[in-house]
Design a protein around this ligand. Sequence first.
Ligand SMILES: Nc1nc2c(c(=O)[nH]1)N[C@H]1C(S)=C(S)[C@@H](COP(=O)(O)OP(=O)(O)OC[C@H]3O[C@@H](n4cnc5c(=O)[nH]c(N)nc54)[C@H](O)[C@@H]3O)O[C@H]1N2
Ligand SMILES: Nc1nc2c(c(=O)[nH]1)N[C@H]1C(S)=C(S)[C@@H](COP(=O)(O)OP(=O)(O)OC[C@H]3O[C@@H](n4cnc5c(=O)[nH]c(N)nc54)[C@H](O)[C@@H]3O)O[C@H]1N2
Ligand SMILES: [Mo]
Length: 698
Amino acid sequence: MGTLHRVVCPHDCPDTCVAVVKVEEGRAVKIGGDPGHSFTAGFLCAKVNQYLDRVYAPDRILHPMKRVGRKGEGRFERISWDEALDTIAGRFKAAAAEHGPESVLPYSYAGNLGMIHYGSLDRRFFAAIGASELDRTICSTAGFEGYKTVMGATIGFDPEKIANARLIVAWGANIITSNVHLWPFVERARAKGARLVVIDPYRSKTAEKADQHIAPLPGTDGAFALAVMHVLFREDLIDHDYIERHTLGVEGLRARASAWSPARAAAETGVPVEVIEAFAREYGTTRPSAIRINYGLNRAAGGGNAVRLVTCLPALTGDWRYVGGGAQLSSSGTYPARGALLTRPEMIRPGTRTINMSALGEALKPDLAPPVKALYVYNSNPAAVAPDQEAVLRGLAREDLFVAVHELFHTDTVDWADIVLPATTMLEHTDILKSYGHLRVAINRPAIEPLGESRSNTEVFRALAAHMGLSDSRLFESDEALLEQAFDWNHPRMQGLSLRKLDRMAHQRLNVPDDWAPFANGGFPTPSGKCEFYSESEKKAGRDPLPRYVPPREGVSSNPELARRYPLAFISPPAHHFLNSTFAGQETFVKREGGGPSLILHPDDARARGITDGALVKTFNDRGAFFARARVSDAARQGVVVGLSIWWNRFCPGGRNANAVTSQALTDLGRGATFYDVLVEVAAAAEGEVAPAKAASA
Ligand SMILES: Nc1nc2c(c(=O)[nH]1)N[C@H]1C(S)=C(S)[C@@H](COP(=O)(O)OP(=O)(O)OC[C@H]3O[C@@H](n4cnc5c(=O)[nH]c(N)nc54)[C@H](O)[C@@H]3O)O[C@H]1N2
Ligand SMILES: Nc1nc2c(c(=O)[nH]1)N[C@H]1C(S)=C(S)[C@@H](COP(=O)(O)OP(=O)(O)OC[C@H]3O[C@@H](n4cnc5c(=O)[nH]c(N)nc54)[C@H](O)[C@@H]3O)O[C@H]1N2
Ligand SMILES: [Mo]
């Protein structure tokens, strides 16, 4: 008995799975993958398999609340939606009256990637009241800019066709953890003889299963890529015909590469010369080769140029000629999405200031002019995920800062809220989704009624606009109207797709050929129509028209003075059972991640510090410190320590996670965060030195 419904996972992951939910008497009782989905192929990840525990979690926030305790104490009392919305509206108006409307700041990211709940009425609402604009840079803007400078758009090989490749390079990509539905296609290629090479400072789950693991120092990928090109040019392993017809600026690129001999790159990256040479030869002689670039290499000072350099490689070798060859960072540019129709940038008042979300700590300083006086957080957990945590927490702790948080769970950010609003899950609202890791569109219809008094993001913004006394009809559009606006339905790639069909089929592939090689005959969506090694638009913007190596800000060789005090590079990539900080509040997943934060150190680095496996260690630099259990293992290369993330602060001994040591410095392109560009020192800690972590909730 019961009915079957299909919903779409909206979490920030390239896979965008369609799940089948069984509902009995209004209650969801079972969840599984949709076998009819060509990419996700009927299985769900370890996290979403347990999704009903999340939907029906006893600690889910189900009604609006106001703070009753001290700031940061996290004690709340139930109130009505009217009281909550009137309070928020009143505080927004008061802040605007005293300090101007820019003293209101929205803070959101990709807690929900559905097109309407990620960005639509929210953007219109904050533009209408004249709030500060938020530059959403915390994840991918550096890589995006790097890729787009070369390619024109984030379009790459069809991920399903990676099965055709004979060499697969996972570059800063932990496929098994953060893109698991690509893995079966990789395995299919390997069954036909393909080799998988992983380029990652850490022996990730993917690197463990690879044919070869190359471990450069964090933030040095640009030097590695230049040396690969150096060998490709030197040994003439390039596709002259493809370069001649479809690229721009090869001579400039050749000149840049000539300066990066494998020996020079070896010194910078920590990868032996022979390894660089052998990789370059293999890449230069294996067709088709597919580079799965992911965001791991875009989180350092030179992350934009690193991705830009790697993106140049397949045009040099002519890999774009082949189905399944080339590179892929994100498939998002393949979709004819109409973001501007959803968000209406024309509503932004000219001259409105923009605040970079990756420097939230700076933005919350009381002496900013005008100061931020009201913060509205949704789809994000900045107290745990934003860099330079001490600065962020100092800001959130300001008595004069009003904080509203729209959430499902009592996150670290909720601790600092004055007003808390309950949000819905994918089972309870409507949305439409593209993907950044495949080529399907999916529609999400509610399977059950919203739990408690929870409301979706769009619903809240309609209600907030009403409580603010606003009347612009664009602020009140229905979810149905927004779905219609999400895509250019007349675009050739949308031929055969429609809302009506999606309602029937749940998901459809974009109208691209089955055997799609997007740039086999050139046709790059750049200003010149070519693959741009040289970019005139970059030059016009006052930047380097050619890609180059930008070393890490906090590198052992680029910043020797800092490295004397803090000699270890620190990276904090995703833990397998968390999704950023989502799921990190659930006991099941906390247990599967070992019960608390750990720090992986190479045996040599551990020995030099008298640290043994399982010991409590303190990881620190000038910005802050966090505590974790040492895991002594050569999965971390020498000189690099790894703290899989993102833990909730409250479950960390001492109440701080990895972001206590990360910095607010920004990337070369895209103004992005530099989470993996950090130097630290690690020391054994006395057990009594820190307050123990709180236990994970049920
Ligand atoms: N299970 C799970 N899945 C996720 C997420 C999650 O938290 N958990 N997060 C989602 C989100 S928001 C994103 S953006 C993506 C992120 O997923 P990915 O794009 O795969 O990026 P990261 O996990 O940041 O890094 C991938 C690998 O890059 C390595 N790396 C770190 N620094 C460098 C470097 O300088 N050079 C190179 N070559 N490699 C480096 C890391 O050790 C890591 O193993 O995954 C999404 N999927
Ligand atoms: N140290 C370190 N820090 C990092 C990273 C790292 O690798 N290392 N990765 C960075 C990256 S790549 C990213 S993308 C960011 C991610 O940072 P965030 O975007 O903040 O992602 P999450 O931590 O998953 O928090 C999303 C929150 O949104 C809530 N949410 C989910 N759905 C909805 C909804 O429909 N409505 C509302 N109102 N809320 C909802 C969830 O419950 C969750 O608490 O973190 C960054 N921070
Ligand atoms: Mo991300």
